[in-house]
Unconditional design. Structure first.
Lengths: 317, 317
């Protein structure tokens, strides 16, 4: 029917849920030449999604995509059954409540073409649990982006217990052809990988600030000027492998492993919680960041795009 | 006496200990125009240090410094007393053993000029403990670089209980004028900040690999394509502040704080150690990185320099 681009066999995508994640996916899909239908019954959603897409356009342009006619193939179809009838891909970004997802996916399966690929952006609910609503649970896989999807390369592809290998591979190939960096996890774990790591480091961040060792802003400056720059180019394992001299990671484990285990034991003793005192302290220190959330986010994205370009990342590679 | 450059009043630096950290400091000091005396009684140290300096030169050049005549003002004086007699700054990079540091610092204080600034690169021993060897403990401060010091911007400046405010400020101003990003900590804590954060995230990294959720290389790829790129430009607090919509960090804490606390509780139950099985698994997976440690490190540094240049970082800013 359509003569426009296809990405790994996908021409027509239905984005279910028009919040920030859904709208960001929509912007990227459109910039990649797909036809996109956004389905969300909320009043005012069309204006909100168009606003998000307009906001995402400069970043997509800076990353190498043509954004001159971004919304030419964008449609809004509030009714979910109608919205998925011609979909090659359904990317669901609904509320993170199992019963809502079950209801949505039943409608999607009932009405989407038999060959459509089913992906959920969930950050918290395993595909195994969502797929119990499906007649064919083999069709559904988690495609969890790191926010915002149009900018951050990672997509965690997490098959459930009954996801078919074909579905997983199709999703991986699609995200890769889209220009993302998909990573297929070998096991379903709550929070997947990136958010677990983020939580792990954040506990110690909150501890150090609540103890008065540094302020939030000072801690952030420490990270951007050391670990962040390293981890943008070499992850934690590679960093230790390359920090251990010629002996690499095995040498590191032999010589510094015991010290790190002691540090872990000490950290386990730390009391860290978002209690009243901690919330008040962190809220007060937000002042230090200066500027509105929107301005700071724009500045962050501008700088991240510069980093990505320096590393040869983007959608024109 | 000297007509060459001074950095915040420092013209002549003595680098005590010619290992990788000491040699990296020496390379940066030299490229900044200081006279540098390296003091290390180890046989063969001069050749090793000259080798490290030659290795560091391309990075220093790429970061904006003139490295054409890097070793013209480099001297080797094995005897510590002799080595510090003309020093404006002593940057000590000795073994991480308290009694060795005590012995060194007694000799340094006895023989260095009364106005010399005393800094230790220690990553583990608080200035308070090292300074008990000094007649004037107010003169000593921790200036802990993130390895390698000629490349990574961060220097953690950590005063001990008796470090004078003047010493702390002098050290901070010197590192800043040198082109680093010094951060003065408000409290002495074991491991300071960057290494504690690194340990915290690494525990979960080891857990996820030992559970078979991902391999080391896959985990590293997840980090470089998500958290790393973010944290190179906005630290963990700012990232959550900007990820919470207009409500910022307070909204994040209200809405996602409880979920993160549950994740912390779950993580605390994880058994993680560098036991035989874990060491074997991680050692096997080192193969995945491909290439020698030296080649991989050169590649990482090249990419980090590209990131730093994209962010306007370097020694010519």
């Amino acid at each position: 029917m359509s003569d426009h681009d296809s990405i790994a066999g996908i021409r027509t995508a239905t984005v279910v849920g028009g919040g920030v994640i859904g709208a960001s996916w929509a912007a990227l899909f459109l910039a990649r030449g797909l036809s996109v239908t956004v389905s969300d019954p909320q009043p005012g959603i069309e204006e909100a999604v168009r606003g998000h897409i307009a906001q995402a356009a400069p970043a997509l342009g800076a990353l190498g995509l043509d954004t001159s006619d971004l919304t030419a193939r964008l449609a809004f179809v509030p009714d979910l059954a109608d919205a998925v009838r011609a979909a090659d891909l359904v990317q669901e970004n609904g509320p993170e409540r199992l019963e809502v997802k079950h209801r949505m996916w039943r409608v999607i399966e009932e009405n989407a073409p038999a060959g459509a690929l089913f992906a959920t952006s969930t950050s918290g609910i395993p595909a195994t649990e969502i797929a119990t609503a499906l007649k064919d649970p083999g069709r559904l896989v988690v495609g969890h982006p790191f926010n915002p999807p149009h900018l951050v390369p990672l997509v965690e592809v997490v098959p459930g217990e009954r996801t078919s290998p074909e579905t997983t591979e199709r999703a991986r190939a699609f995200y890769e052809a889209l220009g993302k960096r998909p990573q297929v996890l070998r096991k379903e774990v709550p929070g997947f990988v990136a958010n677990r790591l983020q939580s792990a480091i954040f506990r110690e961040c909150v501890y150090l600030v609540s103890e008065g060792v540094v302020t939030m802003r000072e801690l952030d400056d420490i990270v951007t000027s050391s670990l962040g720059q390293r981890w943008a180019v070499a992850g934690p394992f590679r960093s230790f492998h390359l920090g251990g001299g010629e002996g690499g990671l095995p040498h590191f484990m032999s010589h510094l492993g015991a010290g790190m285990e002691r540090r872990w034991a000490d950290m386990a003793e730390e009391q860290v919680a978002f209690d009243e005192r901690t919330r008040r302290l962190l809220t007060e220190q937000v002042e230090e960041f200066g500027g509105s959330v929107a301005d700071l986010a724009a500045e962050r994205d501008r700088r991240q795009i510069a980093v990505m370009r320096a590393l040869g990342e983007g959608y024109d590679g």
